[in-house]
Design a protein around this ligand. Structure first.
Ligand SMILES: C[S@@+](CC[C@H](N)C(=O)[O-])C[C@H]1O[C@@H](n2cnc3c(N)ncnc32)[C@H](O)[C@@H]1O
Length: 294
C-alpha cells in the first residue's frame, strides 16, 4: 500500500473513534514529529526570512510591536524567532486545538539556550513553561474571540489552507472591523496536496482530480485541506475589504517533473476554469492591508 494511503487509513481510523480518544492518539503520533527541533527550526527560519523580506518591502519593522498569530500549531518556533530577531513586544497566539505541551516547550527552551544562546523571561507558574511575551489561547477559534488592541501585525504560517473558505471570509471580516488601518495581515499559504510531501509518487496537485464529495470522503478533520486556488483566496480577501500590498508565489517550470506529474492528472471540472498559472501557484505569500476608501 502506498504511503499516503496508509496515512489516510490512520486518519480515517482515528476519525471514527470518539473525538477525545481520536485526538489523544493523534497527539501521540504528531508529538513525535516535533522531537527533532533543529529540523523544524530550519524550516521556520526559512519562513522567517520570507516574512522579513516581505515586511522590509513595505519598510515595516516589528520592534516593540504586538502581533497576533493564527494557528499556534505544536511549538512556538516562529514567535521565538520573531522575539529573538525583531524584539517584538507581545505575541498573542490562537489555535482551534490545544497542541502545545510542557515537554516539547521545555525542550525548545533548552534548545534556544544551548544552541541560540537565548533565554526568554519565563511566565510565572505557566503550565506550558512559556516565556512571558507569549499569550497562548488554545481551543480558541480566532473568529469567536475578542482581539487584543494595539496589534501591528496579524500573521499565519501554513494555516489558511486548513481553514474552511467561509471561515477565512469571516476571519478577515473580523480583522477588517477590529484592526487599525495601519495593521498588516500576512499569510504564508501552502496550497499543494500535502500528501505529496511524504509520498513522491503523488503530484502536488493530485487532489484537484476529485469532486468535492470525493475529496471529503478521503480527508478527515485531522488532515483537512480546502484546495482553494490563488484567485479564490484573492477574491475572499477582496470581499472582506483588503488590498493586496505584496504577493509572491511559486511558478512551475514546464520542463520539471512536477509539471509532468501535474499534466498527467485529469483535473475535476471545478478546476478547469482556472489558468495553469492560477492552478499551479504554490507557496503563496501575501501581505494585506485594509482598503483605504471602504
Ligand atoms: C498546519 S498547522 C500550522 C501551525 C504553525 N503555524 C506552523 O507553522 O507550524 C495549522 C494550525 O492552525 C490551527 N487552526 C486552523 N484553523 C484555525 C482557526 N480558525 N483559529 C485558530 N487556529 C486555527 C490548527 O488547529 C493547527 O494547529
Amino acid at each position: 500500500m502506498k504511503f499516503h494511503k496508509k496515512k489516510s487509513l490512520v486518519f480515517k481510523t482515528l476519525n471514527v473513534l470518539p473525538s477525545s480518544l481520536g485526538y489523544y492518539l493523534y497527539h501521540i503520533i504528531q508529538k513525535r514529529s516535533f522531537k527533532n527541533i533543529s529540523k523544524n527550526i530550519i524550516a521556520n527560519k526559512n519562513s522567517r526570512s520570507v516574512i522579513k523580506h516581505i515586511l522590509n518591502s513595505v519598510n515595516f519593522n516589528l520592534t516593540n510591536k504586538s502581533i497576533i498569530e493564527i494557528g499556534s500549531g505544536w511549538l512556538p518556533l516562529m514567535p521565538y524567532l520573531l522575539k529573538a530577531e525583531e524584539l517584538c513586544k507581545t505575541i498573542y497566539t490562537y489555535d482551534l486545538n490545544s497542541h502545545y505541551n510542557l515537554e516539547n516547550i521545555t525542550r525548545l527552551n533548552h534548545y534556544f539556550k544551548t544552541e541560540e544562546n537565548i533565554s526568554f523571561k519565563k511566565r510565572q507558574s505557566d503550565k506550558y513553561n512559556l516565556p512571558e511575551f507569549i499569550e497562548y489561547y488554545p481551543n480558541t477559534n480566532i473568529i469567536d474571540t475578542d482581539l487584543p488592541k494595539d496589534i501591528s501585525l496579524v500573521y499565519s504560517r501554513f494555516v489558511l489552507e486548513h481553514v474552511k473558505p467561509s471561515d477565512i471570509l469571516k476571519m478577515h471580516q473580523k480583522f477588517y472591523s477590529e484592526i487599525s488601518n495601519d495593521t498588516y495581515v500576512l499569510h504564508l499559504i501552502s496550497p499543494s496536496d500535502h500528501r505529496a510531501y511524504s509520498d513522491s509518487s503523488l503530484s502536488y496537485y493530485d487532489f484537484l482530480k476529485y469532486s468535492k464529495k470525493e475529496w471529503n470522503s478521503i480527508q478527515t478533520k485531522f488532515d483537512y485541506h480546502n484546495r482553494l486556488r490563488l484567485p479564490q483566496y484573492l477574491s475572499v480577501f477582496e470581499n472582506a475589504g483588503f488590498d493586496v500590498v505584496y504577493l509572491n508565489y511559486d511558478k512551475t517550470d514546464a520542463s520539471s517533473d512536477k509539471y509532468k506529474k501535474f499534466k498527467a492528472i485529469d483535473l475535476h471540472e471545478d478546476y478547469t476554469g482556472f489558468s495553469e498559472e492560477e492552478i499551479l501557484a504554490g507557496s503563496i505569500n501575501i501581505l494585506l492591508k485594509k482598503k483605504k476608501n471602504n
